[in-house]
Design a protein around this ligand. Structure first.
Ligand SMILES: O=C(O)CCC(=O)C(=O)O
Length: 308
């Protein structure tokens, strides 16, 4: 029989309205995950507006989608994967092209002071944004599952790696695709991932859903998770879309050493780990200061100053 997690959701939960930063950081450090109830509530209505506008825009561009390794990409940048056979079309949305460069509220919500306070309590004083924000969008009536996985399989870092903050934008339960987490799995190192329907994932025989803890929540609840915490979510069987918004933060001196989306390109990237350089991303600072580091390639700074 598969052992279910010994941790309950109540053990990993705090409340944005009465935030206890020390407790939040301790929960995150012990379990590699933390639920903050109500954190993204102030941004919900505007986020939903921009997300639904993007979904409508991308579907209108579907006939111009181009084939890529991971599925298809529309001209505005939405990633689609094959749809179940009962769909009216052959493709379903997976990652919606809404980001800090297309949505002001998405950008603004990344700087939310309570969110960054928690990240600072976890990562320390100097924090940058990693990536441009992400929206995973499960379409109604069967929208895609995301197999259990560690984000480190996709972006392994030199140091602590990013803290992911996934926020529910609709009430989310076992019917429409609650996020599942495996508390404590952040201490297990980077596990071997295989190619699955939803890209890199863990072998289902070894990591069945029963080993994970579902986090049911309201719109506006956020789940913080470590880059090595195992997580994923099942299909959306409800009649409405189930989007989530994800912000990622990391120490200002951290950087990617392996970037991958398939078992083959991960194996190739692993061969070049020694060649990776500190300058592979310089995100916007959300807290603190980025000190000059010789190792972080002055050439790129000089080049971009010339281009500006
Ligand atoms: O939409 C979800 O729940 C999946 C999110 C996720 O697993 C990820 O972004 O890594």
């Amino acid at each position: 029989m598969t052992a279910a997690p010994a941790v309950a959701v109540e053990d990993i939960e705090v409340f944005a309205d009465d935030l206890d930063l020390r407790k939040a950081a301790a929960v995150y450090s012990d379990h590699g995950c933390l639920v903050v109830r109500g954190l993204m509530k102030p941004y919900l209505a505007e986020l939903e507006r921009d997300i639904e506008a993007t979904a409508a825009q991308s579907l209108a561009l579907l006939d111009r989608a181009e084939r890529v390794n991971e599925g298809w990409v529309t001209p505005d940048g939405t990633l689609l994967i094959p749809a179940p056979s009962h769909y009216s079309r052959d493709k379903q949305i997976m990652v919606l092209a809404v980001s800090y460069t297309t949505s002001a509220v998405f950008f603004r919500s990344a700087f939310d002071s309570k969110t960054v306070d928690i990240v600072e309590a976890v990562l320390g004083p100097n924090i940058e944004i990693f990536g441009s924000g992400q929206c995973l969008y499960k379409e109604p009536v069967g929208g895609h599952p995301k197999h259990l996985h560690q984000d480190a399989a996709y972006f392994e870092h030199r140091y602590e790696g990013p803290v992911g903050v996934l926020s529910y934008l609709v009430d989310t339960d076992l019917v429409n695709g609650a996020l599942h987490v495996v508390p404590g799995s952040h201490t297990m190192g980077v596990l071997n991932h295989i190619d699955t329907f939803s890209h890199l994932g863990l072998d289902e025989q070894e990591w069945p859903w029963e080993k994970s803890l579902p986090v049911v929540g309201k719109a506006g609840d956020s789940i913080f998770f470590h880059v090595k915490t195992i997580h994923g979510s099942q299909e959306n069987h409800s009649p409405k879309p189930r989007p989530v918004a994800i912000h990622r933060y990391r120490r200002a001196d951290d950087y990617v050493v392996i970037s991958a989306t398939t078992a083959a390109n991960r194996a190739e990237a692993e061969k070049h780990i020694a060649e990776t350089r500190k300058s592979n991303q310089r995100g916007l600072m959300v807290r603190g200061f980025r000190a000059y580091e010789q190792e972080a390639s002055t050439q790129d700074f000089a080049y971009s100053a010339k281009r500006a």
